[in-house]
Design a protein around this ligand. Structure first.
Ligand SMILES: Cc1cc2nc3c(=O)[nH]c(=O)nc-3n(C[C@H](O)[C@H](O)[C@H](O)COP(=O)(O)O)c2cc1C
Length: 510
């Protein structure tokens, strides 16, 4: 079982770091003639349109980012309008832009590295009004699903997850998959990090959308990879399942598993040629779980990890009370989200920053965490312009609802350097970095812990995007020079690895 050869995850991470040297030596160029299609297209399968008229929820986005109030939780049924709302919020097309010489680009609900949209969503459902039991692929282009298998196959996922109770009663499950080539075309082996960042931003939207519809949702990262891939009939290792999401609760579990033959479906090619990146395929295979027992053992092993006690000056944060949250409703925020392409020098209020950090660290209903309040990543901030907060570097302590000052003073130019010289980082009022201590994570969770750490960081990043736009701010994910960021936050972050970077501020119109 390679999962426990956890030096492989550390090696992958090390080998895919950005540094001055790696960027200087980089000879990669984009082969535009061979650019992959950003969407998976099944040919010859009938489109089943989802309801175009989506429900409205009136739920403030910042409320939807907090956990579902158990009193407000619905059990059955999950309806087709619920499913349509959630799929749109997670992966729908929100903007279409035509660029001279390129053609039309379809932008999506969740941010994605390079706008390459390599993550697909599949639905595995029991019978629901308007949609018969089956396995479906979601195609955002025509906002439709296509049936791959007829029958109730939920039990395949429940078994694959080592009988995860959070999945057992779910009437609907969603599976996220990655077709690597759609992202490796630009980012090569580093794209395995993007597999989880870009799934994470989708999941941030998905979880918020489920909350807005009053539905419980649970993430499972522990599952037998081969079983899930076989259910979806995807062509491994080109495309692989990364996450399962149980939606709703209280449904009678499916017991009988219908036959699961290979489907031989006709899928449109992505580009003339596809390249494989071995480093990426190796780490994916080395983080696979092979039997339901392994998935079971893997579950709920991460207890709350704490930051060392704060010794620096403390800046108490001031999140907005629930009654006074900004009214922007989730669906409107998702529709207007788009990565900022420039920031003004206007400072954020302390409440705005507080709301973003609180939203990022809300509980995550995921199988690898012993309690939803546990986490693998910590958030470090580089603050340039927040009212009442001195510029400098800080670490966020969620239990204290406070920032701890690590070092006073912060140069904007240096911030830009940390993000590969991008102006966006220099202009931003705040940069938030997710960092984690990878060694104990892979010791406890094996290589698959690496998947969890990256995905969790992406999910926190996705939540910060939504929290920023809910408050009239802009945000963008950014890439970074790995070791320089760690050094920047040393000695506090000395042993940690950088997982995600989000820049925030008031958007400048360009
Ligand atoms: C994890 C992550 C990293 C990103 N890195 C960068 C970056 O380094 N530079 C940049 O300009 N945009 C970056 N982006 C923004 C994407 O380019 C953007 O999400 C994509 O083009 C889709 O556009 P949208 O977010 O406006 O919908 C990043 C986004 C994510 C989610």
């Amino acid at each position: 079982m390679d999962n426990w050869h956890s030096e492989l995850a550390l090696t992958y991470h090390e080998e895919t770091k950005h540094s001055y040297q790696s960027l200087r030596d980089d000879r990669h160029f984009l082969d535009w003639g061979n650019q992959p299609q950003p969407l998976k297209s099944y040919r010859g399968l009938q489109a089943i349109p989802l309801p175009a008229e989506l429900p409205t929820t009136q739920m403030p986005a910042l409320r939807a980012l907090a956990p579902l109030d158990p009193m407000a939780a619905r059990t059955l049924p999950v309806t087709l309008p619920d499913l349509a709302y959630i799929l749109f919020a997670a992966a729908g097309i929100t903007r279409r832009r035509t660029y001279p010489g390129y053609g039309e680009m379809l932008f999506r609900a969740a941010a994605c590295t390079g706008a390459l949209y390599h993550i697909d969503l599949y639905i595995v459902t029991a019978e629901m009004p308007g949609l018969s039991a089956g396995v479906y692929h979601f195609d955002p282009r025509d906002f439709a699903v296509r049936q791959l298998r007829a029958g109730d196959y939920r039990q395949v996922l429940v078994e694959a997850s080592g009988d995860n109770p959070a999945l057992r009663g779910a009437p609907v499950l969603i599976v996220g998959s990655d077709t690597f080539w759609r992202n490796t075309w630009k980012y090569r082996a580093r794209a395995y990090r993007h597999s989880f960042w870009d799934t994470g931003t989708i999941l941030a939207n998905l979880l918020a959308a489920a909350t807005a519809r009053g539905l419980p949702a649970h993430l499972a990262l522990g599952f037998v990879d081969a079983s899930v891939n076989a259910l979806l009939d995807i062509e491994t290792p080109r495309e692989v399942a990364l996450v399962l999401v149980g939606l709703g609760a209280g449904a009678p579990p499916a017991t009988m598993v219908p036959a699961m033959p290979a489907l031989h479906l006709d899928v449109a090619p992505l580009s003339a040629e596809e390249h494989h990146y071995h480093a990426l395929e190796i780490i994916h295979a080395a983080s696979a779980l092979e039997a339901p027992d392994e998935a079971l053992e893997w579950r709920e092993v991460v207890a709350t990890h704490g930051l060392p006690e704060a010794t620096g000056a403390i800046v108490p944060l001031a999140p907005t009370s629930v009654e006074n949250l900004p009214p922007a409703v989730l669906e409107a925020v998702i529709r207007r989200r788009g990565s900022a392409r420039g920031f003004t020098s206007q400072a954020l209020s302390l409440a705005q920053l507080s709301n973003v950090l609180v939203a990022a660290t809300q509980p995550i209903p995921a199988d690898y965490l012993a309690t939803p309040r546990s986490r693998l990543n910590d958030l470090y901030c580089l603050i340039h312009a927040v009212e009442g907060v001195a510029f400098g570097s800080y670490v966020w302590h969620p239990p204290l609802q406070s920032l701890e000052l690590l070092a006073a003073g912060a140069s904007r130019q240096e911030a830009g350097t940390l993000a590969l010289g991008q102006d966006l980082a220099e202009e931003a009022s705040v940069l938030v970095f997710a960092l984690c201590d990878l060694l104990p994570i892979v010791e406890r969770l094996g290589n698959r812990g690496y998947r969890a750490a990256q995905l969790e960081a992406g999910l926190m990043g996705g939540r910060m995007y939504l929290a920023a736009y809910a408050q009239g701010l802009g945000a963008t994910g950014l890439t970074f020079l790995d070791d320089d960021v760690t050094a920047y936050f040393a000695p506090h972050a000395a042993a940690k690895s950088v997982m995600f970077l989000l820049a925030m501020g008031y958007t400048a119109r360009r």
